[in-house]
Design a protein around this ligand. Sequence first.
Ligand code: IPM
Ligand code: MG
Length: 356
Amino acid sequence: MTSYDIAVIAGDGIGPEVTREALKVADAAAEAFGFSLVKNEYDLGTERWLKTGDIFPDSDFEDIKNHSAIYLGAIGDPRAPVGLIEYGIIAKCRFDLDLYINLRPIKLYDERMCPLKGKGPKDIDMLIIRENTEDAYAGMHGFVHKGQALEVATQTMVYTREGVERAIRYAFEAARARNKRKQVTLIDKANAVRAQDIWTRVFAEVAAEYPDIKTDHAYIDAACMWMVKNPEWFDVAVTPNLFGDIITDLGAMLQGGMGIAASGNLHPGKVSLFEPIHGSAPKHAGKNVASPVAAIMASSMMLDYLGQKEAGAAIEKVVSDLLISGELKGVKTGAQPTSEVGDLVAAAVRASVAKA
Ligand code: IPM
Ligand code: MG
C-alpha cells in the first residue's frame, strides 16, 4: 500500500484541536482510497519555547525535511515576542525549504457564507498565487539609533528575477490546468514601488509564452476594490509576498471567513507545507469551539499535492455538500463543536466513497 510520511506541527492555541480533526478526515480519505499516512508529530511552538527555549532545533528541522509533506495547525501566542515563533517556524520552513509558492484558493461553496450582496459560488472561484520567499519578508531589516529621537528603521523589499519568474510561471500553468477563465491577473504596486517594475517586465515576458491565457493587471489598492465589487473578474492572480498576505485575508472573507481558508506552501516536486490561513486564536483554545474546516481543507490540498487527487477532491466535495445541506452549520467559531465537525466530515467521506 502506498504510504506517505507526514510531519505534523500542531502548534499553538487551537492548532492541536483543528489538526486532530483535519488528520481524522485525511485518514478517512486515505483508508477509503487505499493509501496510508504515517504521521510524525513535532512538538514545536510557543509551549516548547517557554519550557526549553527551543524554537526549531536543527535536528528537528533536518528530520522534517525527510517527509512527503508537512502539516501545520497554527502558531503564535501573545506570551512570545511579536514574530519570534512565526519567523522561527513558518518563515523558516518557507525560506529554508524554498517553498516559493503560497497557493491560496478562494472558492465560495454556499451563497449564505458570503458577505457580499448578490454574489454566489459562480462569482467567487479564484486562485491567488502569493510569492512566498521574497519581498518585505526576505528579512533584510535594521534599526539605527534605536530608541532615540533620530531612530531610523528600514526593511528592504527584495525581488530576484528567478523568484519573480517562477511565481509568475506557476500562475500561468495553474490558469491553464484549471481551464476556467484562462486568465492571470498581476497584482502589484509598480506605480509607487518602482522596484516592482521587475514584476511588470517578467510578467510580460512569461505571458508571451502562454498565448492561450489572457492577462490582466490591477494595482493592489484597486485589486482590493475589485475583489469586493467584481470578484467574478478574477481567475488566477499572482502577487508579491506582502500584498499576497493581505489580499488573501480579504479573499478568505469572501469565501466565508478564516474558518474555511486553506493554503499550500509549495516547492513543486519537493516537501511542501499545508496549513489553514487562520492563526492560533489563543482565546478559543481547548474549548472545542474552533472550526476545523480550514484545517480540513488544508488536508485536502495536501492529499492533492501528494498525488492523491481523488482523495483531495472527495474531501472538498463532502465539505461543500455538507455546508450546502446545512449539516455543517457554517465555519464560524462556536457554530458546532470542533470534534463533531471532524467526525461528520470523516463519516461523509467514507460514505461518499462507499457509494461511488
Ligand atoms: C500568513 C500569516 C503569516 C504571514 C504570519 C503568521 C507571519 O499571516 O501565512 O498569511 O504573514 O505570512
Ligand atoms: Mg496572513
